[in-house]
Design a protein around this ligand. Structure first.
Ligand code: BGC
Length: 983
């Protein structure tokens, strides 16, 4: 008899009986084999590395795998949580499968019974029917098919599980609704969050539905609807395998205010409440929508991509963010607004939200490459060396290496670059930042940020703003209070940040430890909201420094901070409380969340799963080559009486002196410290290799930062009998400590003077993070400032000494003759006193100070020699009434070697504007062969001639000087731009 021949009335009556029976006897019927292993605890005899954990074989993601060590035997075991009758096991092998293995089961995790005889694996998927029961199931591999370990994409254990599980299978699963009354207050997710105090409410119209995705087809055996007062007077429960075609689990039923328990039976992946008629004038409103299934509930580990409509969607990012945010509760929003407090895998970590496919984020130091003690990385030169190249492309190459290495380590955010202004040569972090000039710092930052972000990793530029003193233990305490006028803040300390956001499109900014005129930087709305967000239209997020979020959630959130690191003292429950109390508005929390999510979408975090691993080796020959190139191009030749470049012809002996020749200061300390790779080369090795077998290269320490007992006479003796003496001297810097002096320490000045007295062909190589004094300058033949040159130090310095590379670096900071000459020479200015750090030098920072006070520096900003010479000619200026101008100048290589020069353009404002005499507004690095000329073009806008008037940038009418040359103190070409239309 077929159904078609039954009378309709009989069919309906029978159906009603069946449904009635189902309503009273939950979970009847024989369920299909259930996947018992997914998301369960898995263990293994070994793992190849942390990147291939046992859990990857039971995570439902066929793109991640467990791999064992390469030895026999090995096993992978899953704990099903309770005893089960088993029917089937699926092994999804990677290429490294088992040539021989057994499936085994145990009820106590100690005595094992074979489920299969010894079986051979196959690369690919292998389905085995089994008979047996127990709680623990394992694959026990006795022989590998390859030289690798055992490797399983997935290990699936199926069994006959017929009970209707009392756990809630809908809990935290992806959910969608036809509408919400208010996405912020009543999102669909509130109905599956396990919290009967939050609810979904629809718009006030019929019909409306709410749909839960169980992740895979499952036997549904019960539903509970916990209605608010606004219930459905008529609804149906429906089920679907594809989310499109629905069949009814219930006939139309009436809701009841309160909890309604329904026994149902059906199989499918999606379950929905379809409301046809509301009982009140309001929408449909559910406190909770609970679903019971046969077998364990779905795991809440990351669902495979695609379960959330905003994942891998081609919709515009703003739409994807809106879509996701509509599904988020406030409790979920704050998860992306703070770190989880863990110190691994990265120095900063946010938690994932598996139910919404929101991935975790990893933030890692820092500005000079992958830091925080990870190995297998390239120790790049310090950022000062990058700035000293005066070459945006070099900064970009450096950033590209960083981006590749951070991506390879699986980090999503680089905590860097550091772009704070070098206000004083004693700051312990000078080595990790760029320049004393805001334009130069900004352009270098743009190059580095573009390089980093071009590799799919976010850059977090730091530390906003006016953070220029460590002050030892006083960092971040009440005494770390910068007193600064608004014009100086806007003209000197903010522009590099703004440029990195607008031109560089940096994803993120870190706010600093210090206070700005009594307001903690991470609460400073004038900086974060006004200057960084509103003035630039930037859509990224501000993160705190580690522990720099202080005060309270309202002060921080309303001040413009978006993400707290490393924990959630303020942006976890405290932020939720603040929203409930009305001290932080819903729209502020939404804006914070939107900023973080926007960048996560932009950088593909939702579309590609986690990439890279902290244990990966990410350094490479190409990366160490960039390290060497930047070290060489950033080194500045400060003096040369003709001794350089060295030639091996006729050269018999070189004396290397100083502890730094063998144990060099390649990088500074703190969060910018990077470990070297095994390829690192010290000066002794680099110079010996380059000098060749015909030259004797000998070394005596003499003195140095790490030399316990100075022995200057031995150094002198070696220098005396050598053709050339090269003294390596350094000054180490580190985060949290400022330098006490700018004079070289540990008898290094004595060593240099003594060696220079013994050998007229003495060359000094300095490895310092900023300016130092040079009392011996008049008696040495040559000086190269190499900054902290990174792990390729030896090869880089050898290439410069022997002229394989023609020096082209320029100083990014002024070198004063003595500490008394620096702009912040009083203790009130640096490091500060009485809870105040007075920025009383105002805009006169760096060369602006030396120029406006007519102080002759030891070496000026922008200065650097070459083994060739250059001439400047033909200045032409074509300007408009508002000051927009095109400036051209010709540069000629007047010497006999190819080399690179950096024409620099400075503007002098009319005296009435009250600005320092000269301000850098353009530069370019060009390479010229002997005799070659090139015309460079600079484009100026009215903003380049403007000053901050307290509320906006103003360009006054008047005559503006134009100066072009090769340093801030050598400007042979001069002209004028006359502004007649002020703006
Ligand atoms: C530093 C930051 C660094 C952070 C994480 C702080 O102490 O100031 O620059 O990114 O630590 O290591």
């Amino acid at each position: 008899m077929t159904l078609a021949r039954w009378p309709a009335w009989l069919f309906a009556a029978l159906a009603a009986v069946i449904i009635a029976a189902l309503l009273t006897v939950p979970g009847v019927g024989h369920a299909a084999p259930a996947l018992l292993s997914q998301g369960r605890a898995a263990t293994a005899s070994s793992t190849e590395s942390a990147a291939f954990p046992a859990s990857s074989a039971v995570d439902g993601d066929a793109g991640t795998r467990w791999s064992s060590a390469a030895a026999d035997p090995q096993w992978l075991e899953v704990d099903l949580g309770a005893p089960h009758t088993l029917t089937q096991v699926v092994l999804n092998w990677e290429a490294a499968y088992a040539k021989a293995f057994q499936l085994q089961v145990s009820s106590d995790n100690s005595t094992w019974t074979n489920l299969t005889p010894v079986t051979a694996g196959v690369a690919g998927s292998q389905t085995l029917t089994v008979t047996g029961s127990g709680r623990y199931v394992r694959m026990y591999g006795t022989q590998r098919a390859t030289q690798w370990g055992y490797s399983l994409w997935e290990f699936q254990v199926y069994g006959d599980d017929t009970s209707c599980n009392t756990a809630d299978s809908a809990l935290n699963q992806p959910v969608l609704a036809s509408s919400t009354q208010d996405a912020g207050a009543f999102p669909a997710t509130a109905a599956v969050d396990g919290n009967a105090g939050t609810r979904w409410s629809s718009a006030a119209s019929d019909p409306q539905w709410i749909r839960v995705d169980l992740g895979s087809v499952r036997q549904v055996c019960g539903v509970e609807l916990n209605w608010e007062a606004a219930y459905a007077s008529s609804f149906q429960l429906q089920i679907s395998t594809d989310g499109n075609t629905w069949s009814n689990l219930t006939q139309p039923a009436a809701g009841v205010a309160g909890n309604q328990v329904l026994a149902v039976s059906g199989s499918g992946r999606y379950v929905r409440m379809y409301g046809a008629q509301r009982a009140t004038q309001w929408g449909y409103s559910l406190w909770e929508f609970v679903i019971h299934t046969v077998g364990a509930p779905p795991t809440t580990t990351t669902p495979p991509p695609g379960n959330c409509p905003w994942v891998k969607s081609t919709a515009p990012i703003a739409d994807r963010v809106n879509q996701l945010m509509a599904a988020m509760t406030n409790a979920q929003k704050v998860v992306v607004l703070h770190g989880n407090g863990a110190t691994g895998p990265y120095i900063g970590n946010t938690d994932p939200i598996p139910a919404l496919c929101v991935p975790a984020m990893g933030l890692q130091d820092g500005p000079a490459g992958v830091g925080d003690s990870l190995d297998g990385v390239t120790e790049l030169p310090d950022p000062t060396a990058v700035a000293a190249t005066w070459d945006v492309n070099a900064a970009k190459n450096y950033g590209t290496v960083m981006g590749q290495e951070f991506a390879g380590k699986g980090a999503n955010v680089v905590l860097g670059p550091t772009i704070n202004i070098v206000r004083d040569p004693r700051w312990g972090r000078d080595f990790e930042t760029y320049s004393e000039d805001p334009y130069h710092a900004g352009q270098t930052a743009v190059g580095a940020v573009q390089g980093i972000q071009g590799q799919g990793v976010m850059a977090q530029i730091k530390h906003a703003a006016a953070y220029n003193v460590e002050g030892g233990a006083s960092r971040g305490t009440p005494s770390d209070n910068v007193i600064i006028d608004d014009r100086t803040l806007h003209e000197i300390y903010l522009p590099a940040f703004q440029t990195a956001l607008t031109q560089g499109q940096a994803a993120s900014v870190m706010c600093a430890y210090n206070q700005i005129n009594g307001t903690p930087a991470c609460q400073d709305s004038a900086v974060m909201n006004t200057a960084l967000k509103q003035a630039t239209g930037w859509d990224g997020f501000v993160g705190s420094d580690w522990g720099s979020a202080t005060g309270g959630a309202p002060q921080l959130a309303n001040g413009g901070l978006d993400m707290e690191m490393p924990g959630g003292a303020f942006f976890g429950q405290a932020l939720l409380d603040a929203v409930n109390q009305g001290t932080v508005s819903q729209s502020t929390v939404d804006d914070m969340t939107r900023r973080v999510l926007t960048q996560m979408f932009k950088f593909g975090l939702f579309d590609h799963g986690a990439t890279g691993a902290t244990g990966a080796v990410v350094t490479s020959a190409a990366h160490t080559q960039v390290a060497q190139d930047v070290a060489a191009q950033g080194s500045v030749l400060l003096k040369n009486n003709g001794v350089l470049p060295l030639s091996t012809s006729g050269l018999k002996s070189i004396a290397l002196l100083g502890g730094d020749a063998i144990d060099p200061q390649n990088i500074g300390g703190g969060s910018a410290k990077v470990n070297p790779s095994p390829a690192a080369v010290n000066p002794i090795n680099g110079i010996t290799k380059r000098a060749g077998t015909g030259v004797s290269v000998q070394w005596v320490a003499g003195a140095g930062e790490h030399v316990q007992t100075p022995d200057i006479p031995s150094a002198v003796a070696l220098a005396q009998k050598s053709d050339i003496a090269i003294v390596f001297a350094s000054y180490g810097e580190s985060e949290t400590d400022d330098l006490a002096s700018i004079d070289l320490q540990f008898s290094q000045n004595d060593l240099i003077s003594a060696v220079a007295a013994a050998n007229p062909r003495t060359i000094v190589v300095l490895n310092t993070g900023s300016a130092v004094t040079m009392p011996w300058l008049g008696s040495v033949a040559g000086v190269i400032e190499g900054w902290y040159p990174g792990q390729e130090n030896g090869d880089a310095i050898a290439s410069l000494l022997f002229g394989d590379v023609n020096p082209s670096g320029k100083l990014p900071v002024t070198f004063p003759r003595s500490l008394a000459d620096v702009p912040a020479s009083t203790v009130q200015q640096f490091p500060g006193a009485n809870d105040r750090i007075e920025y009383s030098e105002g805009m006169n920072v760096g060369y602006r100070w030396y120029d406006s006070h007519n102080i002759t520096p030891l070496f000026p900003f922008g200065f650097g020699l070459s083994y060739t010479t250059f001439g400047f000619s033909n200045l032409t200026i074509s300007a408009q009434a508002n000051g927009s101008a095109t400036v051209k100048a010709t540069v000629t290589n007047t010497g006999s070697r190819a080399g690179a020069e950096v024409p620099q353009l400075y503007i002098g404002q009319p005296a009435a504007n009250g600005e320092p005499p000269h301000q850098l507004k353009g530069y370019q690095k060009i390479t010229l062969s002997p005799g070659q000329s090139q015309t460079v073009t600079f484009t100026l806008t009215p903003r380049d001639l403007a000053h901050w008037n307290g509320a906006a940038w103003t360009t006054n009418a008047g005559a503006y000087g134009v100066f072009v040359g090769d340093s801030s103190r050598s400007l042979p070409l001069t002209g004028t731009i006359t502004v007649t239309t002020a703006s």
